[in-house]
Design a binder for this molecule. Sequence first.
Ligand SMILES: *[C@@H]1O[C@H](CO)[C@@H](O)[C@H](O)[C@H]1NC(C)=O
Ligand SMILES: *[C@@H]1O[C@H](CO)[C@@H](O)[C@H](O)[C@H]1NC(C)=O
Length: 217
Amino acid sequence: MIMEKSYGELAMFALAIAALLSLAHTNSEGDALYALRLSLTDPSNVLQSWDPTLVNPCTWFHVTCDSQNQVIRVDLGNARLSGSLVPELGVLLNLQYLELYKNSLTGHIPSEVGKLQSLVSLDLYHNNFTGSIPRSFGKLSSLVFLRLNSNRLTGRIPRELTSITSLKAVDMSNNDLCGTIPVTGSFSHLAAKSFENNSRLNGPELEGFVPYEMSCH
Ligand SMILES: *[C@@H]1O[C@H](CO)[C@@H](O)[C@H](O)[C@H]1NC(C)=O
Ligand SMILES: *[C@@H]1O[C@H](CO)[C@@H](O)[C@H](O)[C@H]1NC(C)=O
C-alpha cells in the first residue's frame, strides 16, 4: 500500500518535472533576456529577479508581458548597467519598448535589434555605444521614438530609416556620425537639433547636389 502510493507520487513528480523542463525549453524570450543579463554588469542588482528557471520572464522586474505572456516592454533606463547588448534580443518579436537609456553600455548595437518589428520606442541614449547605426533599423516599421543621442556612434545615418513612416522623434545628437543628413521621407520634418554635435556630419543634404556617399571617412 505504502509502496504503491509513493510509486504514484514519484510518477507524478517525474511528470511535473518533465512538464516544467519542456516549458522552460520553449521559453525563448526568457532565454534571450537571460543572455542579456549574463552580458551585463549590474552593481545595483536590478536584474536579481531574472531567474531563467521560471516558466516565463513575465514576473521578472523591469519586464512587462501581454496577456499571451509575450514580452512587450523592457524598462532598464537609469539602472547603472554596463556591458553590452546581445544578438539574442532579436527573438523578442513582440517587444514594443526597449528602454536602456542612461546606463554605461558599450560595444556595438546588434543588427538583430532590427528584427523587432513591434518596436515603438528604442531608447539607447546616454550610453557609450560604438560602431554604426545598423541598416537593419530600416525594418522597424512600427518605430515612433528613436533616441540614440550621447553615445559614440560612427558611420553614416542609414538611408533606410527615412522609409519608416511612423517615425516621429529622432535624436542622434552628441555622437561621431559622418556623411550627410537625409531630408526625405520621415526625415523631412526633423529639426537640425536632432543631429547637432556630430562634428563630421554635413547637412541637411541638398538633394541631387551633395551626394549621400560623399564626405564620410
Ligand atoms: C563613457 O566613457 C567615458 C570614458 O571611459 C566615461 O568617462 C563616461 O562616464 C562614460 N559615459 C557613460 C554614459 O557611461
Ligand atoms: C558632443 O558629443 C560628445 C559625444 O557624445 C560629448 O562627449 C560632448 O560632451 C558633446 N559636446 C557638447 C558641446 O555637447
